[in-house]
Design a protein around this ligand. Sequence first.
Ligand SMILES: [Fe+2]
Length: 135
Amino acid sequence: MIKWQDKFSVGYEIFDNQHKELIKIINSLEELIKDKDIHEDLLYDKINGIFSELLDYTVYHFTTEEEIFEEKGYELTEEHKNIHNEFVESVKEEVARFELGKNERVVALEIYNNLIDWLMNHILGTDKKYMNKLD
Ligand SMILES: [Fe+2]
């Protein structure tokens, strides 16, 4: 479970709020994995639901960022867009590893850890670069 911290802020409320939402979605994944009472079939369906919510929201968030980059003529727009595209592809690849009857909880936990790593690296590395540059 990751908790939002002020140091995650990229200086724009709209993006901070969207990042908080992404964290919320990823955290809900961990909650499900930890629920030992839930049957594998239901767990599988629910986790898949979270994955599609995550992918949809990620694409929506990246689109919001990219539109503002273009509007503001942000110098690293192309570089940042490429990183977004790679990110989406990586999430899709991870999600494709998740199969019913194949260690759902173990695989989901690995995916969860990777998602957190990527998101934190993205926010603290790539996104921080646009701080004070989109005004
Ligand atoms: Fe970004």
